[in-house]
Design a protein around this ligand. Structure first.
Ligand code: F6R
Length: 612
């Protein structure tokens, strides 16, 4: 949440900052701002409420020459979205300027104290406290001032700071919230995530908690341990993504581009995890991970939102193919639920961004209780990936659209492969069985291509139904999580009310909603529970509900019972949720477009939720 960028070097800073913020806007978009230092050691600060384009328009008419600056795009926590609350924040005497991602928990106490010392506050934010506090600690050395100030701050943060009297450097510090340095030739960058750096460099240094980093032009970044002040040597890593992947590539929205990238995601995942002999192998699972997985008594999947729906599928996959008792929980419940864990358990954290605050906290809780931790993460080098005992990367590539699509599909396939891998490790599956399963996985790509070929008819149905403001989604087995995911996609980008249910639960309450105006999306591909789904559909039909079915291609029975059908190719049940979610993503997308919604930046949401 919130995007941060900083630059020092020989380029003009403003275009670099604005371009960085453009790539970060998916992290928050209620206001944006930049601060630069010019040759006269004066801060130029400009911030605006609203999307980045508002700031961009204002800056067009102001020529600024500067080679050092910081920028921010905000997702409000303390204080409503407004120009005053937008970052950067200037300190009382104008010596320090700060951008911040996170929450200062003791801000009210610090604010009172600073007020008693004559500091005046202009905004409602916790960040302004940090600006004043750093200034109060400043004696000519910014790094030292930050080190001192941070000792007083409780909470989670990434601060990026400039001092008027030290115009050659940017200093940053982090605890919990993501931060990385981009290393260039005679120039350096700082950002809250890699997408801001991709246009300029693929060489990065990941900053860990309680590290302070100082960047200048023409010098390698220096990193210090916040507590001891000692210099730390850190490796420079290479980002495995390129800038083309982070652009819209001719599509009107990132979400649509990402939906259409899904066939490629399937191929990439299979190429990365399956060798020529059709054996499954995960690069990140070392000997220790294998031993723990062989012996584990229970597996937990822990994640949020869409990744939680992947966890629900993962749970079923592992139980079916590896026969290990498995649970799936949302991170916020798991972390505060005092989970019963021991060194005999394995906890698997699923996250696209690798930065979700609740999932990170749940990971720390599991480690504290000595469980073995594995993460399934899309962003290389993210906090969750770095802190877990072992990591399996997904191969979705950068996901920019706020509504997750290709990352989900990558998670589902990775989880299916993981369950076969575990099944083999625990001798529940023979080598031959795994080969057959993998062989069938290669057909998923063509299956998704076929569904995407039918986009026009999905769009036509969306056009008929987009004004409805309540939807029910029903599914069973592997497609119960798809019902949840389909409903989540629709509500987050159209703002219509949508609810996913296990179809067997319909009679226990939701059936009361059904009348001739109620659309019900039924996930009814061939499966063990196909007949049960048909009975549910009969019940909906008897009450005149509008049935939209996702069914196996050629299923005449379902066609007869439904007003609309989105066909999916026939496949093994474990793979069905990878296919059935695709029409639901497209349906949500077009319903949002017809409603005139901002698909890639829906209201109140941000791509990665780095605050609790
Ligand atoms: C929904 C969506 C969110 C995320 C959730 C977890 O489309 O994107 O529900 O799935 O915030 O995020 P990650 O996977 O980054 O931990």
């Amino acid at each position: 949440m919130c995007g941060i960028v900083g630059y020092v070097g020989s380029r003009e800073a403003v275009p670099v900052l604005m371009n960085g913020l453009k790539h970060l806007e998916y992290r928050g978009y209620d206001s944006a701002g930049i601060a630069c230092l010019n040759g006269n050691r004066n801060f130029f600060i400009r911030k605006e409420k609203g999307k980045l384009s508002v700031l961009q328009n204002v800056l067009k008419s102001i020529p600024i020459t500067s080679h050092i600056g910081i920028g921010h795009t905000r997702w409000a926590t303390h204080g409503e979205p407004s120009q005053i609350n937008a970052h950067p924040h200037l300190s009382h005497h104008g010596d320090i300027v700060v951008v911040h991602n996170g929450i200062i928990e003791n801000y009210s106490e610090l604010r009172q104290e600073l007020k008693r010392h004559g500091y005046r506050f202009h905004s409602d934010t916790d960040t302004e406290v940090a600006a004043h506090l750093i200034e109060a600690c400043y004696k000519g050395d910014l790094a030292q001032a930050i080190q001192k100030a941070v000792k007083r701050i409780r909470g989670f943060f990434a601060f990026v700071v400039m001092a008027r009297k030290e115009p050659d450097r940017i200093v940053a510090v982090k605890r919990s919230n993501p931060l990385l340095v981009g290393v260039g030739k005679s120039e350096n960058f700082i950002a809250s995530d890699v997408s801001a750096l991709l246009p300029y460099t693929d060489r990065v240094i990941y900053i860990d908690d309680d590290e302070l980093v100082q960047i200048k032009a023409g010098e390698p970044p220096s990193i210090f341990d916040l507590k001891t002040g000692r210099v730390k040597k850190k490796p420079v890593s290479k980002i495995p993504w390129n800038i083309e992947q982070a652009n819209k590539g001719g599509y009107p929205h990132f979400m649509l581009k990402e939906i259409f990238e899904q066939p490629e995601v399937i191929s990439r995942t299979l190429k990365a995890c399956v060798n020529l002999k059709k054996e499954i192998n995960f690069e990140g699972l070392n000997g220790r991970a294998k031993t723990r997985l062989k012996k584990t008594r229970k597996i937990f999947f822990v994640s949020c939102g869409t990744a939680y729906h992947a966890g629900l599928c993962g749970r079923r996959m592992v139980e079916e193919y590896a026969r290990i008792p498995t649970d799936a929980q949302v991170s916020s419940e798991f972390r505060y639920g005092d989970p019963v864990l021991s060194s005999e358990d394995v906890v698997i954290f699923i996250s696209q961004s690798g930065e979700t605050a609740d999932t990170l906290a749940a990971l720390r809780e599991a480690k504290r209780k000595k469980a073995f931790t594995i993460s399934i993460v899309n962003v290389v080098g993210s906090s969750i990936a770095r802190e877990s005992d072992a990591v399996i990367y997904t191969y979705a590539g950068p996901e920019i659209g706020v509504a997750s699509t290709k990352a989900y599909v990558a998670q589902l396939l990775t989880l299916a492969l993981f369950s076969f891998y575990l099944g083999r490790l625990r001798q529940q599956l023979s080598g031959l069985e795994v080969k057959q399963l993998v062989l069938e996985a290669w057909h998923i790509r063509a299956g998704i291509d076929a569904i995407l070929d039918g986009t026009k008819s999905i769009k036509a149905v969306a056009k008929k139904l987009y004004r409805k403001n309540s939807f029910l989604y029903l599914g069973r087995g592997y497609n119960f999580p798809t019902a949840l995911e389909g409903a989540l996609k629709l509500k987050e980008i159209t703002y219509a009310h949508a609810h996913g249910y296990a179809a067997g639960e319909m009679k226990h309450g939701p059936i009361a909603l059904i009348d001739s105006s109620q659309p019900v999306v039924c996930l009814v591909p061939e499966s063990k529970t196909y007949d049960k789904m048909l009975s549910n559909m009969e019940e909906i039909k008897a009450r005149k509900g509008i049935i939209i079915s996702i069914a196996t291609k050629g299923d005449r029975l379902v066609r007869k019972m439904s007003q609309y059908v989105f066909p999916v190719p026939k496949c093994r049940e474990i793979y069905s949720s990878i296919l059935t979610v695709i029409p639901l993503q497209l349906f949500a997308y077009y319903a949002a477009v017809f409603n005139g919604r901002d698909v890639d930046q829906p209201r109140n949401l941000a791509k990665s939720v780095t605050v609790e």
